[in-house]
Design a binder for this molecule. Sequence first.
Ligand SMILES: C[S@@+](CC[C@H](N)C(=O)[O-])C[C@H]1O[C@@H](n2cnc3c(N)ncnc32)[C@H](O)[C@@H]1O
Length: 347
Amino acid sequence: MIKYLGSKRALVPLIERVVEELPVRSVCDLFAGTTRVGQALRASGLRVVSNDLASYSEAFGHAYIAADERVDRVRIRRLLAQLDALPGRPGYFTRAFCEQARYLRPDNGARVDAIRAEIDALATSPVERGILLTALVEAADRVDSTVGLQMAYLKRWAPRARNRLELREPTPVPGPAGTVLREDANALAPALDVDLAYVDPPYNQHSYFSNYHVWETLVRGDEPETYGIANKRVDCRERKSPWNSRRLAAAALDDLLERIATPWLVVSCNAEGFHAPDAVQERLSRRGHVARLPVDVRRYVGAQIGIHAPSGEKVGRVSHLRTTEYLFVAGPDRRAVERAAGLRAAA
Ligand SMILES: C[S@@+](CC[C@H](N)C(=O)[O-])C[C@H]1O[C@@H](n2cnc3c(N)ncnc32)[C@H](O)[C@@H]1O
């Protein structure tokens, strides 16, 4: 399982159950991240549009949402085996993320450099390219030396970092082929031609662009200038988003909910984030009937591990290990909303 803060892995069964009770056949996962939610909805038979600003999410979208039975899986496995067998060739990635920073061990970094260059040299369709890039990001994630964020690296190499980076085929997802977009959610919202939007925006001051800058650079292959101990892309300093500002996030959500052109909405909201659950409920009630489902979940991996000084010693106490996520369901039909929320027996 790829490490991604705010991933809705634990909520997927509930989201699936809720959506199943609604009269919908198509959905847009507006902030798709890992694409986990879109994968589950696709597998339950819905047509999925997967959208996220991140380039790595676009690659995951090609691998898990757009790829269908037209993909030649024998060719994919052959290409993956060929890429996996390439000898390491240290380049930008090794220098920036394995020598100046400690994301991967340099021997694995050199193989990433060789594989990434070869992916560009291969003649592939966008979906095939997305599958190969996804395999590479997932392989790097399995041998990285982080606690899940690319902001600082462990002082000593994580035990898994000593393993050989190994490419594996991303598991095909059954269900109708979907589409993949890389657009700003608020700009895309009015043009949505689907029955339901799933809304899971960033919820605190940390931007995904900065937290996952290594994947972004790996997928783009653009070799930017970097800064700081984590060797982030310089454009991390310039790219500011209202979603990461306590002052501006509520207006961004208001604006989004006003623009979304779908009758049905499912919205995730973390109790520890910028969006007060009562305010989200009030905002959604302007669009029809609303139900709110509280879900108790584990907090992010950093909270599970504890607070450490740069020297590695444990310095603080984490106040709590669990948190509440809210799932809101909103739409034009009260009975359907209540059924979806489990407040009324299925029809
Ligand atoms: C809370 S995460 C979503 C996690 C996702 N539901 C999952 O299960 O993996 C928020 C996502 O919003 C994306 N994002 C940030 N700003 C965005 C924007 N303006 N438009 C679209 N996506 C954006 C981030 O790249 C990140 O993947």
